[in-house]
Design a protein around this ligand. Structure first.
Ligand code: RB5
Length: 152
């Protein structure tokens, strides 16, 4: 897999992020860690923004963010135009969000999920292509139109 991955977490996702980074190292995946780098409390929007901007600016092909639930950091990432961040807790959704939504980011909950399942979800997310079907592209284009409507 020849893809650059941006990853980041708050303190609530810090331990799970370490496990996912171990998996990247085993697989030889190219990644950059956007923090946090200690267990000290930080604000999840800061990390969500940093990873989302890395994807938006094409420094990374995909972004993975982790907080306690995956929700706060995922909502934050989705505020950046062009970001489609899926909050994931199952493998089926990981596949579908790539095939149907062409999601460029995913969010996980460090306090809601074990590392075994998390890594299977990450693996499916990174190794599934967009379907390139016209009806899915049309729907994604409509998401972009919503962004344009409110980003004036
Ligand atoms: C931090 O305590 C927690 O609120 C955060 O990690 C996340 O779960 C927010 O959605």
């Amino acid at each position: 897999m020849n893809m650059k991955i941006a990853i980041g977490s708050d303190h609530g996702g810090f331990e799970l992020k370490k496990e996912i980074i171990e998996y990247f190292k085993e697989k030889g995946y190219q990644y950059k860690d956007y923090g946090t780098y200690t267990t000290a409390s930080v604000d999840y929007p800061d990390i969500g923004l940093a990873v989302a901007e890395a994807v938006k600016n094409k420094e990374a092909d995909r972004g993975i963010v982790i907080c306690g639930t995956g929700i706060g950091i995922g909502i934050s990432a989705n505020k950046v135009p062009g970001i489609r961040c899926a909050m994931l807790s199952d493998i089926y959704s990981a596949q579908m969000t790539r095939e149907h939504n062409d999601a460029n980011m995913m969010a996980l909950g460090g306090r809601t999920m074990g590392a075994g399942l998390a890594i299977m979800i990450v693996d499916k997310f990174l190794n599934t292509d967009f379907s390139y079907e016209q009806r899915h592209q049309r729907r994604i284009d409509k998401i972009t139109e919503i962004e344009k409507k409110y980003n004036k």
